[in-house]
Design a binder for this molecule. Structure first.
Ligand code: AMP
Length: 398
């Protein structure tokens, strides 16, 4: 089965064409600057690559262009659109309504519309992607795979905020968590890598431009660091993560900021970028630190310290730990961040092996010493595979 995977953002659109049965990826690409001008990057076969500037006034033109590129000319990988048997959509916010992936129906789209206040940038783009695909590829089933779904197993005492209860009952204000497909994929892989098969206690650190940690007991999420929105939890590329409400209101008063301006700062100008003053990209900040930039040093130490605090908290939440997993651009590639996070955690049964940690690998590996009571895994995430596989399973059962 060939599944077309779509991740529609407000001005970008990522796609893949994948066979979930053998995990073969036929093409992968991204449309950027939709509504501004338009840039398509399309990768296919071994090392085929097309990059072109082409007008994309809306997502409709972008998806039309992708379908044309997949079927015609140099970048073609299938003879016709009819070869696509299902479409899997990354959907950001499923609220409490969606705890599993689901076939897209008018009712599902209506429910996703109701959740727009919780994800004002993402859900409208996701819905748009679904409606355009229904329009351009009638008869091909669409499946929504929610970023929040994996975290729906959290117990109430973990997902509730200690605000007046009616804030939850009236407005659904609670923690939802994100990066669910990645946390599911990585914890599932880790479970397979462990000798132990029962009472598995796994912590997943998804560390990329956006970052979150989750605690997974027997394959079910019991806590995660992001909240009602992705701005909570770890310090990220540009997001602040956890900041006291008093500090935020004081900053607003001092600077005369509106709520929107404040959220803009907390989402787009804080985190690694805000502290380093240099970049949101950890590689550049590590480089700055090497060259003696003290703000870069501070940003790196804050990033690692924040992760370490969550690891400690989640070891407690899980009553112990069997595996700590690192994934995402930072988690998979930065040996230094992994080293700082794990330093001194021997008492928790986590002992990192420096040689294994520093050895590069594109496949999952165990970087704990042989004597470490718990494993430390580096596992490349594969969110697209989760979307393709859920889509395949749902469509096959229709
Ligand atoms: P992602 O959002 O998962 O693509 O991750 C992006 C983040 O991973 C950026 O902050 C990159 O700087 C970081 N990253 C990628 N490669 C490396 C590396 N070799 N060392 C440190 N950070 C890296």
């Amino acid at each position: 089965m060939l599944v077309f995977i779509l991740n529609a953002g407000s001005s970008s659109l990522k796609y893949q064409l994948m066979n979930p049965i053998n995990k073969e990826v036929l093409a992968v690409g991204i449309c950027e600057r939709i509504g501004i001008d338009g840039v398509l990057t399309h990768q296919f076969k071994e090392d085929g690559k097309i990059k072109k500037e082409i007008s994309m006034p809306t997502h409709k033109e972008a998806i039309e262009l992708v379908l044309k590129t997949l079927t015609e000319g140099e970048g073609a990988v299938i003879a016709s659109i009819n070869k696509i048997e299902a479409i899997g959509h990354r959907a950001v916010h499923g609220g409490e309504k969606f705890s599993v992936s689901t076939i897209v129906t008018p009712i599902v789209i209506e429910e996703m519309r109701k959740l727009i206040p919780l994800a004002p940038l993402h859900n409208p783009a996701n819905i748009m992607g679904m409606e355009i695909c229904q329009d351009l590829m009638p008869g091909i089933p669409n499946v929504a795979v929610f970023d929040t779904a994996f975290h729906q197993t959290m117990p109430d005492y973990a997902y509730m905020y200690p605000l007046p209860y009616e804030q939850y009952s009236k407005h659904g204000i609670r923690k939802y968590g994100f990066h669910g497909t990645s946390h599911f994929f990585v914890s599932n892989e880790a479970q397979g890598m462990l000798d132990k098969k029962h009472n598995t206690r796994i912590i997943v650190c998804h560390l990329g431009n956006g970052s979150s940690v989750s605690a997974v007991l027997n394959g079910k999420c019991i806590d995660t660091s992001m909240g009602l929105t992705p701005v909570q939890g770890l310090m990220m590329g540009t997001r602040a993560g956890d900041v006291g409400a008093g500090a935020i209101s004081y900053m607003m008063t001092q600077e005369g900021l509106s709520i929107d301006e404040t959220l803009d700062i907390m989402n787009k100008k804080s985190g690694i970028l805000g502290i380093s003053g240099k970049s949101s990209d950890l590689r550049e900040v590590l480089e700055g630190m090497k060259n003696g930039d003290d703000k870069c040093r501070l940003a790196v130490e804050m990033v690692a310290y924040n992760i370490k605090k969550y690891v400690g908290a989640y070891v407690a939440a899980l009553d112990g730990i069997d595996a700590l997993c690192f994934t995402g651009g930072i988690g998979e590639n930065s040996a230094l961040i992994r080293e700082i996070v794990c330093a001194g955690l021997d008492g928790m049964g986590l002992i990192i092996d420096p040689t294994k940690n520093n050895k590069r690998s594109s496949v999952a590996k165990d970087i704990a010493t042989n004597s470490s009571a718990a494993r430390i895994f580096v596992i490349p995430t594969n969110e697209e595979y989760v979307i393709a596989n859920d889509t395949y399973k749902i469509v096959s059962a229709l």
